[in-house]
Design a protein around this ligand. Sequence first.
Ligand SMILES: NC(=O)c1ccc[n+]([C@@H]2O[C@H](COP(=O)([O-])OP(=O)(O)OC[C@H]3O[C@@H](n4cnc5c(N)ncnc54)[C@H](O)[C@@H]3O)[C@@H](O)[C@H]2O)c1
Ligand SMILES: [Fe+2]
Length: 376
Amino acid sequence: MRLSVEPTGRTEYGPGVIAELPGFVDSLGHRRAFVVTDRGLRATGIVERVEKILAAAGIEHAVHEDIGPNPSTAELDRGAARLRAFGTATVLALGGGSALDAAKGVSLLAGNPGAAAADADRLWDAAAGLPLIAVPTTAGTGAETNGFGVTEDVCARRKVYIGHASVKPRIAVLDPELTLGLPAGITAATGLDALVHGIESLASRGATPFSAAYATQAVGLVGRWLPVAYRDGGDLEARAELMLGAHLAGHALTLSGLGLVHGIGHALTAHTGTPHGVALAAVLEEVMQFSAAAAGEAYEATARALHVTPAGSAAAIEAVREISGAIEIKRPLRELGVTREEIPEIAAAAVADAVTKNAPRLPSAAEVAELLRSVY
Ligand SMILES: NC(=O)c1ccc[n+]([C@@H]2O[C@H](COP(=O)([O-])OP(=O)(O)OC[C@H]3O[C@@H](n4cnc5c(N)ncnc54)[C@H](O)[C@@H]3O)[C@@H](O)[C@H]2O)c1
Ligand SMILES: [Fe+2]
């Protein structure tokens, strides 16, 4: 085997670590910060807390809050225009995956003055973006571990991946206190996303001993602590372990790629607007069952990480069913707004999605359609 693995980046983790933000900004060579966050976050008090920390340290800053869930290219362009006007700064990405992804696009566009977000395909080799610090406020996507984001080109009606090596966050600041107020439904959806990242990474065709090390630890932490954090959102230990697990799962998937659960999940979200984690939950155990013959070792590792015996596919699938039940997230497709007529189209989109190419058992569209009918 020939392996080439990049160092995975700087992580600053722990309750209250957000107070050290000024030092992190300084360490990147700027005393100015451009905060990119989403519209919903102000109400949690987190934006104000960050503003106070920056102001107390005399760091000049602006807050850009004009970002919604599944950000659009238009939102990225507006953010970039504002950052260009603000001038050179460290970009502080603050929020869930949506805000983190948007901040990467905004930072990259600011480094390429003539470019617009719709040019994403050719920006991968363009000039560097501004340096970025990521502060996730959900424990799920792991978007703080990589240099790309997903955005919606509303004009061309397509998903666009916008990214560049330079906008991979220089520092991931993981403060579990920021997730204490996350509502139970969002805790469940984002946490399940992290669990799937770990499981799909283990079973991916792109898995290596490095990704497996991250993924195994991630599955163990998320599997144990997600139900606890769901039941009691104020449990700081559970929030802390879950956040660490989601971050490690991010490293895992960035190294290995994912699989069919995400292929189907993306297609379901595109058709119905279902939150990412809820879409994944709808088909997780069924995809594991479908893949079991080709993913024996990975599911054995999953079972071991979840401490269930005998370590094998059946026990792993049962353990996942239990976690999903404990966080009350699984819905039949009909409840997500899918019509029976749409199933072939969703199946075709799932098979065509780039993430599906790493699935341990490659499905045909007919097989995915059958699987979808079984959870209708
Ligand atoms: N770059 C990547 O590697 C990657 C991976 C997976 C998903 N994504 C992207 O991430 C996005 C999904 O991210 P997400 O699941 O974190 O959801 P999100 O960022 O859309 O946030 C969901 C909701 O939670 C709210 N919220 C966030 N933090 C909160 C807090 N601490 N307290 C209360 N409310 C809070 C937000 O305001 C928002 O309304 C999608 O756009 C997806 O495409 C990116
Ligand atoms: Fe995901």
